[in-house]
Design a protein around this ligand. Structure first.
Ligand code: FES
Ligand SMILES: [Fe+2]
Length: 378
């Protein structure tokens, strides 16, 4: 007998999962983390259409500074052009289609590592060796395809979607919420890339809730944050956020004495922003750090990890000391998060995996799940 197998897609399961009100909500079903079909939908409906963060604009300060990454399968470069603008464009050669630049760095021209066709910073062709005899070849006809790139509060934002709304419009409410920190003036002191063995959403969700801080981070920042001093309001359309009040154990998490912009509790408030789909920012009065995530298969995530200090701490004579302390702390915190999120992924792959109920401190996770579900046709 050829039984008709009923196939419930991950998108369908998620839709049912998020139809429940928050008061009774559960974690997302395992299939949304492990299904190849769902990953393909995420790439198509989320990463190809939304804004992706490629780091801080100040990290590409000089003419010819560049960085490269893959966005929904497309190799892309962002480069500081001669006129000072940040330009995003295809990182694929127009000859036999090798990728061009690798990693991050500085260059005067974009030279293909295969046969040395070369391009100006604006993507127009500069020259190609031994191409005089092909009658069809005309260098004026070649230019690297351009990709949309916007600078927003110091972030480099890129999208493959010609119809996406401008970042400043989509994220106007973020500016209202955290404007008083002056995040655009924070400077980046480190930038690294990592790859962890977990699904990208597990790491994003880990960031969105501080419920895990006292336990997963018992060895580092766990003691600095109390569950009853966390505030997790409902999310907004394009992002979610929550607040933690910090005590004075870690000086750099509080406003510097020379900082007169922040008042009252804001002087010790950490804001955690999750900008959909995958830009996660921890913003404190003294420092910031961020993750920008991109899936790398269902079980791996590519991570851009950077951070730095507010201008008042940078200008402090003890800046080096502050920075070293911060970076060591973040590295230790990351080891703990890596352990927890890789364990979650292993658990999710189990046949025993079943989503439990969410705490009120996981409100942002619920909003994230609803956002994802709204983007993916079920
Ligand atoms: S593939 Fe780039 S020069 Fe040949
Ligand atoms: Fe964490």
């Amino acid at each position: 007998m050829n039984e008709h197998v009923r196939h419930t897609s991950a998108a369908r399961e998620l839709k049912d999962n998020v139809a429940v009100p928050f008061e009774r909500a559960r974690a997302m079903p395992p299939s949304v983390y492990t299904s190849e079909e769902f990953l393909a939908q995420e790439l198509e409906y989320i990463f190809k259409r939304e804004w992706f963060c490629a780091g801080r604009a100040s990290a590409l300060a000089n003419l010819g500074d560049y960085t490269t990454f893959e966005l929904a399968g497309q190799p892309v470069m962002v480069i500081r052009d001669k006129d000072g603008t940040l330009r995003a464009q295809s990182n694929v050669c127009l000859h036999r289609m090798s990728t061009l630049l690798t990693g991050s760095g500085n260059t005067k021209a974009i030279v293909c590592p295969y046969h040395a066709w070369s391009y100006n910073l604006d993507g127009t062709m500069r020259g190609a060796p031994a191409m005089k005899q092909n009658e069809g070849f005309c260098k004026e006809n070649y230019r690297l395809p351009q990709v949309r790139c916007e600078e927003w509060l110091g972030w480099i934002m890129v999208t493959l979607n010609p119809d996406a709304l401008p970042v400043s419009e989509t994220l106007r409410e973020v500016e209202g919420l955290i404007g008083q920190y002056g995040m655009e003036n924070y400077s980046q002191t480190f930038f690294e890339t990592h790859e962890w063995d977990t699904n990208w959403k597990v790491l994003a969700e880990n960031f969105m809730e501080s419920y895990h801080l006292p336990v997963c981070h018992a060895g580092t920042i766990g003691g600095l944050s109390k569950l009853d001093e966390m505030d997790c309001p409902p999310g907004k359309e394009a992002f979610n956020y929550h607040f933690i009040l910090k005590d004075d154990t870690l000086k750099i998490a509080l406003a510097h004495p020379s900082n007169t912009r922040l008042e009252g509790n804001w002087r010790r408030t950490t804001t955690l922003l999750a900008i959909y789909p995958s830009l996660l920012i921890t913003l404190t009065p003294g420092y910031f750090w961020y993750l920008s995530l991109h899936p790398h298969g269902v079980g791996k995530v590519d991570i851009l990890f950077g951070g730095g200090m507010s201008p008042d701490f940078v200008n402090d004579p003890d800046a080096r000391k502050h920075f070293d302390k911060l970076k060591n702390l973040l590295d230790d915190v990351n080891v703990e998060d890596r352990g927890c999120t890789e364990k979650v992924y292993r658990g999710l792959c189990s046949e025993f995996a079943a989503p439990g109920h969410l705490s009120h401190l996981e409100r942002p996770n619920y909003d994230f799940a609803r956002w994802i579900s709204s983007k993916i046709p079920a």
